[in-house]
Design a protein around this ligand. Structure first.
Ligand code: GRF
Length: 203
């Protein structure tokens, strides 16, 4: 089973659900996260742990962990969850916490990745699923999808093409995890059976 943490739209969460993965709960730090509606419509347990109600990051993370653990997930997937997590939280879920980031890490950590990629003139962009470590947008890389940057393309167009690939690679990574196919060794992830850890987008 996996628990999914969201803050907004929740299209990656939706992709995980629609891929048939066993989702035990969808948890948001915002009551108005649009994705909650979809989860409810699929009869998936939802919960809101509002970060604003807590005096510190530590207090919020503890409450969040408590809620997650109630559902006893093997895997926790961050899917557009817009909070920086404390080292204590990250350590609690060591090796079972995944994130999706809209760039080819280690390039473009942080926000506004698509506009920054265009401004830099890179010819290849994409997205990454990685295990979460205490450092932001770092951690062992599970799978990446690469998208060719088009001349004159706008950030929104590039974002939409990358998002389509996010919806391909996140379910794949979560499935590998739940099937016990992922091995982390010296900070590198290997997939048992040598399934491809790179997707080259066709468009
Ligand atoms: C995605 O681009 C994801 O990579 C990033 O935040 C966005 C969330 O989108 N971490 P959604 O809520 O999954 O639609």
């Amino acid at each position: 089973m996996l628990a999914i943490l969201i803050s907004g739209r929740g299209s990656n969460m939706q992709a995980l659900v629609e891929a048939g993965l066993p989702v035990s709960a969808v948890i948001s730090n915002r009551a108005d996260a649009a994705g909650l509606e979809f989860a409810r419509s699929r009869k998936i347990a939802t919960a809101v742990v509002e970060h604003r109600r807590f005096p510190s990051r530590e207090a919020f993370d503890d409450a969040l962990a408590k809620e997650i653990d109630r559902h006893k997930p093997r895997l926790v997937a961050l899917a557009g969850f817009m909070r920086v997590l404390t080292p204590r939280f990250v350590n609690h879920y060591e090796r079972r916490l995944l994130n999706i980031h809209p760039s080819l890490l280690p390039a473009f950590t942080g926000l506004d990745t698509h506009a920054r990629a265009l401004a830099t003139g890179v010819k290849l962009h994409g997205c990454t699923v990685h295990f979460v470590t205490a450092e932001l947008d770092s951690g062992p890389i599970v799978i990446q999808a690469a998208v060719r940057v088009r001349t004159g393309e706008k950030a929104e167009e590039l974002a939409a093409r990358v998002l389509r690939q996010e919806h391909v690679i996140y379910p794949r990574a979560a499935r590998w995890f739940l099937d016990d196919k992922l091995v982390i060794q010296n900070g590198l992830v290997r997939v048992k059976g040598d399934d491809a850890q790179l997707v080259m987008a066709a468009d």
